[in-house]
Design a protein around this ligand. Structure first.
Ligand code: HEC
Ligand SMILES: [Cu+2]
Length: 363
């Protein structure tokens, strides 16, 4: 075979790499990237990952350079004798055992330190800590604030959108109402399994934000949990402690519009949804709490932006929006008449007590 210069192939690979990088750079915003950490925990994980990456690059470069140099320098030439054989060279054997061992120990120590840092919750005054229970459902997230009591003496409950005070320790207890899910906010925390019969814990502290500028983080169920697993998303809103307090005050109140349409009862919505402050809708546990639904950014766990048109679409056919979701067991495409659809859409969109993060989400 004629000898081919390898530079041409290398050039092609280089071009391909540059093209791929440019494609990625021109892509859409990536709200679920792990490469933009915004809490102490995720920064610890990220820094470790970056270090390991460059360590890997270092090893790769050394090994490949050595390989390429050897290939050229020791190429078979005509009339060559067999080169000197170094099998069983003790020095070489020791060197290539010890060097990787040192690297592995180095990585072990750093990893251990990182785990220690993200697992052990710092002890802070109770005013600087917020407890939230996270409950995974097929296919949406419930958030309960056990230390926050609503106007009617219940625990504050919300869905798919978890507000937290930035800069405070957020102490989460994670469980599931059905199958195994996994709680994950890439910018703020590692992953934590949501198990039906067991409580798991995770904590983090989001970076500070100024008053009036709550920051929205995207999260996602990270454990396959059925058909709509990919549409089991959530938003975390890190607000300044003042804004968080405003949110708490507003969300603790009853629904801003307690004039529940009769259709909400007639169509069976009360069997699954709570709207605090109304007489009829106070026992449903199967679907998200809708008391302040109008203030939320999304419909059906991040599947649609929350606006009138989309809500109409959702109520008209939950199955077309999110095929097979649990609401479809009762609400079919022809369950609601056009009048009922309009009444319910208008009513639910009106349930907005004030502070919300929709503008942030639109960015
Ligand atoms: C069988 C129980 C059930 C019934 C009945 C039911 N829903 Fe639902 N609903 C759910 C579940 C479960 C979800 C969450 C779906 C998902 O995201 O996977 C949901 C989601 C919603 C949402 C979106 C909430 C959010 O925060 O994303 C709205 C709004 C809603 N339902 C309104 C209604 C209305 C109005 C009715 C009556 C016409 C109704 N639902 C009847 C179970 C039910
Ligand atoms: Cu899930």
């Amino acid at each position: 075979m004629p000898y081919r210069r390898p530079t041409k192939a290398l050039g092609r690979i280089g071009l391909l790499l540059i093209a791929a990088t440019m494609l990625v750079a021109c892509g859409q915003a990536t709200p679920q990237t792990m490469l933009d950490p915004q809490s102490d925990s995720t920064r610890t994980i990220f820094n470790l990952a970056v270090l390991l990456f460059w360590l890997g690059v270092g090893v790769f470069v050394i090994v490949q350079t050595w390989l390429i140099v050897s290939v050229f320098k020791y190429r078979h030439k005509y009339n060559d004798q067999l080169p000197a054989q170094i099998h069983g060279n003790t020095k070489v054997e020791i060197a290539w055992t010890i060097v990787p061992a040192i690297i592995a120990i180095f990585i072990f120590v750093l990893t251990f330190q990182a785990i220690q840092k993200i697992e052990v919750k710092p002890s802070v005054a109770s005013a600087d800590e917020v407890h939230i229970q996270v409950i995974g459902h097929q296919w949406w997230w419930e958030f309960r604030y056990p230390d926050i009591t609503t106007a009617d003496g219940k625990v504050l409950v919300t869905a798919n959108e978890m507000w937290i005070p930035a800069g405070k320790v957020i102490d989460l207890t994670v469980t599931s109402a059905d199958v195994i899910h996994d709680f994950w906010i890439p910018a703020l925390s590692g992953k934590r399994d949501a198990l039906p019969v067991h409580e798991t814990k995770i904590w983090f502290k989001a970076d500070d934000v100024p008053d009036g500028e709550p920051k929205v983080y995207w999260g996602q169920c990270a454990e396959y949990c059925g058909t709509e697993h990919a549409y089991m998303k959530m938003r975390v809103v890190a607000a300044s402690p003042n804004d968080f307090q405003t949110w708490v005050t507003e969300q603790s109140g009853p629904a801003v519009n307690a004039d529940l349409p009769a259709d909400f009862t007639a169509a069976g919505c009360i069997g699954c949804h709570v709207i605090r402050g109304t007489d009829a809708a106070n026992g449903g546990q199967i679907g998200p709490d809708l008391t302040h639904f109008g203030s939320r950014m999304t419909i059906a766990a991040g599947t649609l932006d929350n606006n009138r048109d989309n809500l109409h679409r959702w109520l008209d056919s939950p199955d077309a929006v999110k095929p097979g979701n649990i609401m479809t067991q009762v609400i079919k495409d022809d369950t609601l008449s056009p009048e009922q659809l309009n009444t319910l859409t208008d009513y639910l969109i009106s349930l907005d007590p004030g502070i919300d993060a929709k503008e942030q989400a639109a960015k």
